[in-house]
Design a protein around this ligand. Structure first.
Ligand code: ATP
Ligand code: MG
Length: 379
């Protein structure tokens, strides 16, 4: 957690100096439940940062429609699942705001304005978009809205003018677009000199900060399965059936770990084993805090002096302990969906205040501030 603690410490100093919390934005698309890849890839950092940042966590249900427009019921269900996953993982609704993207009209409006600041070839050059088209086998049959979604993500982020955006590796391309878009907006509408340094855009009169990506300690957790044909281990992913979910019970975790891929050439415990590119050891290195145990066990594994089963049992204990408090919190929220809805409503109301404020300012800079309006959720 070194990286997380470094950021936490920096943030604490900032909170003390400015007597206010800087803003943080992050979130997920509700296309399924959260797994350990999401945990080490961003949720863990978010939980650690919520004391020192005013956190906004977006459940990006509109983005879910880009590839799953025919499944509205699932998207609704996944929206609640992600909310419960967050709360179970330790996102504290008293400190942080969890909100639903489709209930924030300012995001949709800013998406539209921002889309005019980016050229079509620029959007198509986005490497994450290219990857997704390939991985999700979209061919050339993706929707117009699918191409718009990175611009939507620019609006998700900039609506909150955050200081920090913890993201996964694949989101860096989208954040780069947010930076470009913010620079352009600030130059065209706020009169900021194009020679201005990124960190000086706001103090030079710009509305939008030029935000840096913040990656978590593990950029890409592998799954529990065997490597593919070219020898690389796939990343943990809900669509590859290789994931351990934050919501898995102890028994399911045990089964998944015991069935986990390890060194296939090791038929007996006395055979020398390979530690490199072996999910069992990748998981130990990421989740097991006992570095001395790992060093000793890896050495024994290489020499054929330790059983796979024993190393797997140890990993089961660690993962079950990590997720135990999550299961306890989950039980509480699953039995009280009214409370979950209340948390979402409260978070969405607060998110609307910030996003509306940004939109009003943006419209003023764009000379399109004709009337004032209020966005209000019904009780
Ligand atoms: P899908 O199989 O539908 O692509 P997924 O399990 O890969 O689903 P996403 O919703 O694509 O999950 O991931 C959301 C974010 O979580 C990603 O942007 C990425 O940053 C992070 N993430 C997902 N999987 C991992 C992983 N295995 N390791 C680290 N980060 C991950
Ligand atoms: Mg994915």
């Amino acid at each position: 957690l070194n990286e997380a603690w470094r950021i936490v410490n920096q943030a604490k100093i900032k909170v003390i100096m400015t007597k206010s919390k800087p803003r943080l934005l992050s979130g997920d698309t509700p296309t399924g439940k959260l797994h350990l890849g999401h945990w080490v890839g961003s949720i863990e950092l978010r939980v650690a940062l919520q004391q020192c940042y005013e956190c906004y966590f977006i459940i990006a249900n509109v983005h879910a429609f880009t590839t799953r427009a025919e499944f509205p019921k699932e998207i609704r269900q996944n929206t609640f699942e992600i909310a419960i996953d967050y709360l179970a993982a330790g996102i504290d609704p008293k400190q942080s705001h969890i909100f639903i993207q489709s209930e924030i009209p300012a995001i949709a409006e800013l998406t539209c304005f921002f889309s005019m600041l980016l050229s079509f070839p620029r959007v198509m050059r986005n490497p994450t978009i290219k990857d997704e088209i390939k991985h999700k086998k979209l061919g050339d049959n993706y929707s117009f809205g699918f191409l718009l979604y990175p611009v939507g993500q620019v609006a998700d982020i900039l609506s909150f003018r955050p200081s920090l955006v913890p993201v996964g590796e694949d989101q860096i391309a989208h954040l780069e677009m947010a930076r470009e878009c913010a620079r352009r907006f600030n130059q065209i509408y706020c009169g900021v000199d194009p020679q201005t340094k990124d960190e000086d855009y706001v103090t030079s009169g710009g509305l939008f900060p030029i935000i840096e990506a913040k990656l978590s300690r593990v950029h890409r957790l592998v799954g529990t399965g065997a490597p593919n044909a070219n020898g690389t281990l796939a990343k943990m992913s809900k669509s590859l059936n290789n994931a351990i979910y934050l919501s898995d019970d102890a028994d399911t975790i045990r089964k998944k770990v015991m069935a986990m891929y390890t060194d296939p050439r090791r038929l007996r415990a006395t055979d020398p084993g390979t530690v490199e590119n072996n999910p069992l050891w990748i998981f130990h290195e990421i989740f097991n805090p006992d570095k001395a145990w790992i060093a000793e066990a890896e050495d024994k594994y290489r020499k054929g002096q330790i059983k796979d089963v024993d190393c797997k049992h140890k990993l089961v204990d660690i993962l079950v302990a990590l997720t135990q408090p999550m299961r306890e919190r989950r039980k509480i929220y699953e039995q009280d969906l009214g409370e979950v809805l209340k948390i979402l409503k409260h978070g969405t109301e607060r998110a609307n205040e910030i996003a509306e404020d940004t939109l009003i300012k943006a419209k003023a800079f764009m000379k399109q501030d004709y009337f004032k309006r209020l966005v209000k959720l019904e009780p």
